[in-house]
Design a protein around this ligand. Sequence first.
Ligand code: MN9
Length: 290
Amino acid sequence: MQKVYAALMVSFDEDGNIDEKGTREIIRHDIDVEGVDGLYVGGSTGENFMLGLEENKKIFEIAWDEVDQQVDLIAQVGGPNLKEAKELAKFVTELGYKTISAVTPFYYNFTFDEIKHYYDEIVKDVDAKLLIYSISALTGVSLSLDNFAKLFSNPKIIGVKYTNADFYLLERLRERFPDKLILSGFDEMLLPALIEGVDGCIGSTYNVNARMVKEEIAAYNNGDIAKAQELEHKKNDIITALLNNGIYPSIKLVLQKMGVHAGYNREPMAKYTDKVIEGADEIYAKYFNK
Ligand code: MN9
């Protein structure tokens, strides 16, 4: 069965400090209520690119401790600061994480050789497998099929978190690398990704909607395509509402309504306005208060 990973959210207090208790509550909710198969820690949904090294370490520690090996964990350690990425990779593997992930290095228009060097360096001295985190819409970094082939030639690089609407490339990747792990990163494009043969999915909305998604995957696997399509539509009604109201604040506010202390977003993300709070209340009432 294809695995569902929540891209873990982190709870921050009003001043933007990590709220450890709230973060543990989100983890418990994801595992105990949503029934996720795993957590992707330190991704964009974890607001990681707004945090410092020590804060990222703290979050990896909290997640490792709270999860207590109940579900799979993937630690996203990447960013344009390669020294820090390597330090985080070492830190998480010493904690016990077996799988790490790293975003393609962004901002400086690195050449492919520089990107390849970055990945080889991150995995070089650690006993861990790595998933490339490819999200070209936000990083501006696109990888071709041949680029993937070169990166995958390193045996420690076991797959990709594929956050991309290019289904042709996804199909070519699946065909060429049947043994690599491909996890789909756009929650709103799950069904077409399943059809292309992904091994699972990682996403922000699975913090609040993993149950419906697991039902959809089960319907797809049973060959009940009509049911899978119906669930894809229902899921995307929710995702569309969340996106229209602001995805990060809305997921946190919905969690809050579910009794989980998900806190605030980290600046420069805005504080919740009344309009956003009302919008999230409506989303909760319409889709979640069953
Ligand atoms: O991890 C997430 N990407 C970002 C992947 O937040 C940048 C997705 O789960 C999206 O939030 C989701 C809604 O567009 O697909």
